[in-house]
Ligand binder design. Structure first.
Ligand code: FES
Length: 153
């Protein structure tokens, strides 16, 4: 069975027809040509698929697209300004060299944006706790915390 869902993604509203059980992650990547949000574990354990849903971070792999009807999603592609200027968190990740292979980076960055906006970037410990759902197999954790601190300063 298919259904249609109205989603505002990175500021633009779309009505998408999709399989009833498709995840938000697969919808973004496969039907909306937004591959920035990554698929790691596909079971809610790694954070690679982190996006903002009405401003709150979620794992897109664990969220049905249909459950997002009428709601607003921001993916990593939506963080930079229209002219391509990177957002402060993206700039801080570059400045602190906060990635190695880069696969987890979109999820890390979206989580970091939520961390700062929601007021959880008061100390390195608080940042590390907030970011603990975003795994990095290259173990760039110290640089990731430093990047969030830099962006929050
Ligand atoms: Fe969603 Fe790992 S891909 S949490």
């Amino acid at each position: 069975p298919s259904r249609s869902t109205r989603l505002t993604v990175n500021g633009r509203t779309h009505v998408i027809v999709h399989e009833a059980r498709v995840s938000l992650l697969d919808l973004l990547r496969e039907q909306m040509a937004l591959p920035g949000t990554k698929k790691g574990c596909n079971e809610g354990a790694c954070g690679a698929c982190t996006v903002l849903l009405d401003g709150a971070r979620i794992n897109a792999c664990m969220t049905l697209a249909a459950a997002c009807d009428g709601r607003a999603i921001v993916t990593v592609e939506g963080l930079a300004s229209a002219d391509g200027t990177l957002d402060a968190v993206q700039r801080a990740f570059i400045a602190e060299d906060a990635f190695q292979c880069g696969y987890c980076t979109p999820g890390q960055i979206v989580s970091a944006v939520a961390c700062i906006r929601e007021g959880h970037a008061g100390s390195a410990t608080e940042i590390a706790e907030w970011m603990s759902g975003n795994l990095c197999r290259c173990a760039a954790y110290p640089q990731i915390v430093a990047a969030v601190e830099r962006a929050a300063a």
